[in-house]
Write a protein that binds this ligand. Structure first.
Ligand code: ZN
Length: 312
């Protein structure tokens, strides 16, 4: 019996199965590689567009935006990216890194004094020391030797010194972002020179939004936040501003009136030469809050800000 050498068909042959196995192995290797390459490309594109979006968000929206053309490589369509010029002024004027927003404790009172220093500053400091209370002073540009000493004392006695403004002139500082920045920088440098402290927090004269800055507050706040500075409005006011001339009893009532309904508070008070009533009211204010179980602290950039709600 002779074996007839028969020509076997390719399909179903050993060779066919060999090829099939090799093809399958090749697919198992090639397909995952192709898929991961495709995903990587897609991820990179997504990252790029997120990056772009983030940059856009960090640019303050403004109708007073200055524009500067950005050089494009030859052959690409002409595009103009808007970068406000004020971002380049005062290149050293940035806050130090901080864990912003990490302190949000309940039952804490942040007493704050605007417009100082003044002849009332040492009296306020004495009352605060008496109760071992730390507070915050948002100071203005008083350049005489005595005022510098008071500023230094604020710092040395453990309180926070913040920027209120150099000039406290609403019309000047709220005229433009550039004007605000120039005034802010003056005060920043002045406080640094007088106390050795680089202030990290600020309060805008009249609060963060007022009738003088309706057109400029968005750009001003965006720029200051971009530079890392933290600002605080208030949710309790002593009502001791110049025009009202409140009695010390009235001031105590103003400050303690809603003590039962507040979770935490930044209290606005004033430190200027005629504010005897504020100094007189201070012990009752501190005792009143202590009785209700509050503690006191100085503001730092870590404290969650209390700010106004803004119109849409
Ligand atoms: Zn003020």
């Amino acid at each position: 019996m002779s074996l007839e050498r028969r020509k076997t068909p390719y399909f179903g042959s050993v060779r066919f199965f060999k090829h099939l196995i090799l093809a399958t192995i090749a697919l198992l290797i090639v397909v995952p590689i192709a898929v991961s390459v495709a995903l990587a490309v897609q991820n990179a594109a997504l990252r790029d567009s997120l990056e772009k979006l983030r940059e856009e968000i960090s640019q303050p929206a403004s109708n007073q935006m200055s524009t500067q053309p950005v050089a494009q490589p030859a052959g690409t369509p002409q595009m103009e990216v808007e970068i406000p010029l004020w971002q380049e002024s005062f290149p050293e004027l940035y806050a130090q890194p901080a864990q912003r927003g990490s302190i949000n404790e309940e039952k804490v009172i942040y007493l704050s004094f605007d417009d100082g220093p003044s002849a009332r500053t040492p009296e306020i400091l004495d009352v605060l020391d008496q109760y071992d209370v730390k507070a915050t002073f948002f100071v203005v540009g008083k350049t005489d030797t005595q005022s510098r000493k008071w500023m230094k004392e604020i710092v040395e006695r453990g309180h926070t010194i913040g920027i209120h403004s150099f000039s406290h002139d609403y019309e000047t500082i709220y005229d433009s972002v550039e004007a605000y920045l120039a005034d802010f920088n003056d005060m920043y440098q002045f406080i640094y020179e007088a106390t050795g402290v680089q202030p990290q927090i600020f309060r805008l004269p009249g609060g963060s939004i007022n009738s003088f800055n309706a057109d400029s507050y968005q750009s001003i706040l965006a720029e200051m936040l971009r530079r890392g500075f933290v600002y605080y409005d208030w949710n309790v006011a002593a009502g001791d501003a110049a025009v009202t001339k409140a009695s010390s009893t009235r001031i105590v009532q103003n400050v303690l009136g809603n003590a039962d309904s507040i979770r935490r508070a930044v209290v606005l008070m004033h430190d200027s030469v005629d504010k005897y009533n504020t100094v007189e009211a201070l012990p009752s204010i501190i005792e009143g809050y202590l009785e209700k179980g509050f503690t006191f602290a100085a503001l730092t950039p870590e404290v969650v800000p209390i700010v106004y709600t803004y119109p849409d």
